[in-house]
Ligand binder design. Structure first.
Ligand code: ADP
Length: 443
């Protein structure tokens, strides 16, 4: 609020004061003394107010000014008014900065503001977590001293920020960050780091996948082509050679067909939007059908296969997918267990969950392979796996099916003892029909 101040009124007040001083001086016949006395009083009065003013402005914690009248009241009110206006502006500014910071904290990326000397002005919480920056300790420190990867330093100093650069995180090398720099304002830089680990992994997986598929299909094709090229040019082909050629061509084309079919199954499962809750699957019946196929596969090896099945236990799910998962595990056990082995197939309820397991007494799998078995085309022993007609996609299909059904594959294996592949379906997916009973059949 503005208080109007009248200089005339103030002048009149001073004049009035001196008139009184002069009258008093004349009355006592000591005009000079009275004027000197009056001037000293006036000087003291002004000095006293200046002292109060100084104390209020510099030392007092109170916002409200001391009581005064006239000229000094006007001065106090003026300063008080300016103080309040500044305070209001400061509050507005603080609110704005707070809003900006809250907005930046909500960003899904690590954000760092860097000044013209490459020093950190500000960074958000994600930058502290992901890039390992400390706040406020790192405020004012050079960003290229803190993120020291040569690729980042080269990008930072290049001044060319049209494209982002991918660099491992300074706090965790497993993570890959995409750094993007945007110049703004007075030579300030906005550094944004986005976690692209998953994208990079997916891209790598895609590359590996294409390379693997090409590689896997090339071998059968080369064999087939080799024989086909030789056939027309070879007259009087010996029957033994023809027999060998046809057998080899048949087995390679079968392998290729299996591979293509499994690839199709895999891509169908990946793209599937079918909901697992809609239909219940008669797993005991499905296992009975798989058992017949297993018998055929087991003809040569003659393993002892024990099916221990709870015939009343069904699950909600997608029948074709589950069939793939169950049969893959059972057929693997038959294929990879040296004859004559013992294979236990169990389907029962454990802790309210539907549990499936295939246990064999084969050679076992070295521990270092266990984590990678479900990767596409991953095989412990490539040569042996090819002989069994394996594509390296079986366990990958199992993994995808189980993920689709909110479950996961557990693998336990001990060298020289055997392996167990198992999984469980949550109680939500399990259906126990009223007819109970267990079917135990020994082959
Ligand atoms: P494949 O189609 O080659 O059988 P999978 O993905 O089904 O591929 O299996 C991957 C690898 O896991 C196999 O090559 C094999 O070495 C190993 N494996 C799978 N099941 C068993 C098992 N029951 N016993 C020993 N090794 C197994």
């Amino acid at each position: 609020m503005y208080y109007p101040f009248s200089w005339l009124k103030n002048l009149l007040r001073i004049c009035g004061f001196y008139v009184i001083v002069i009258l008093v001086g004349l009355y006592f016949d000591a005009l000079a003394v009275a004027i000197a006395f009056g001037s000293t009083w006036l000087l003291g009065f002004y000095s006293w107010h200046m002292y109060r003013f100084n104390r209020w402005v510099w030392h007092s914690k109170k916002m409200t000014p001391p009581k005064a009248t006239g000229f000094w009241e006007h001065v106090y009110e003026g300063v008080y008014y300016i103080q309040r206006r500044n305070r209001r502006k400061r509050k507005e500014l603080t609110r704005m900065v707070k809003r900006f910071r809250e907005g930046s904290e909500a960003l899904p990326d690590a954000t760092v503001v860097v000044d013209s000397n490459a020093c950190i002005v500000w960074c958000n919480r994600l930058a502290r977590i992901e890039l390992g920056l400390r706040w406020p300790q790192d405020s004012g420190r050079r960003v290229d001293n803190l993120i020291r990867h040569p690729k980042f330093i080269e990008y930072f100093h290049s001044g060319k920020y049209d494209y982002p650069v991918e660099v491992p995180s300074p706090s965790n090398v497993q993570k890959i960050f995409e750094y993007r720099i945007m110049p703004y304002g007075e030579k300030h830089l906005l550094l944004i780091a986005r976690d692209v680990t998953r994208l990079t992994q997916l891209e790598q997986m895609r590359k590996d996948f294409v390379a693997n598929v090409s590689h896997e299909l090339r071998t059968p094709l080369t064999v087939l082509n080799g024989y086909l090229e030789m056939l027309p040019s070879t007259e009087n082909v010996p029957p033994a050679f023809m027999k060998k050629a046809f057998n080899e061509m048949r087995s390679q084309s079968e392998r290729m067909q299996n591979l293509v079919e499994e690839l199709l199954v895999l891509s169908r499962i990946e793209a599937s939007s079918e909901r697992v809750f809609e239909k219940s699957v008669n797993v005991p019946q499905m296992l009975a059908a798989i058992q017949v196929e297993a018998n055929t596969l087991n003809k040569d090896k003659n393993h002892q296969i024990i099916f221990d099945i709870d015939t009343s236990l069904r699950v909600y799910g997608i029948e074709t997918e589950l069939r793939s998962a169950f049969s893959n595990l059972i057929f693997n056990a038959i294929n990879y267990t040296p004859a004559p082995g013992i294979i236990h197939v169990t389907w029962n309820k454990q802790n309210e969950q539907a549990h499936f397991s295939v246990k064999d007494n084969g050679e076992g799998i070295p521990e270092k392979h266990l984590n990678r078995l479900t990767e596409r085309f991953y095989r412990v022993d490539k040569a042996r796996s090819r002989k069994t007609g394996g594509s390296g996609l079986g366990l990958s299909i199992v993994k995808h099916v189980l993920t689709h059904h909110n479950s996961k594959l557990d693998i336990i294996s001990e060298m020289g003892v055997g392996s167990e592949f198992s999984f469980s379906f949550s109680s939500e997916l399990s259906v126990q029909s009223s007819a109970t009973g267990a079917l135990e059949k020994q082959l």
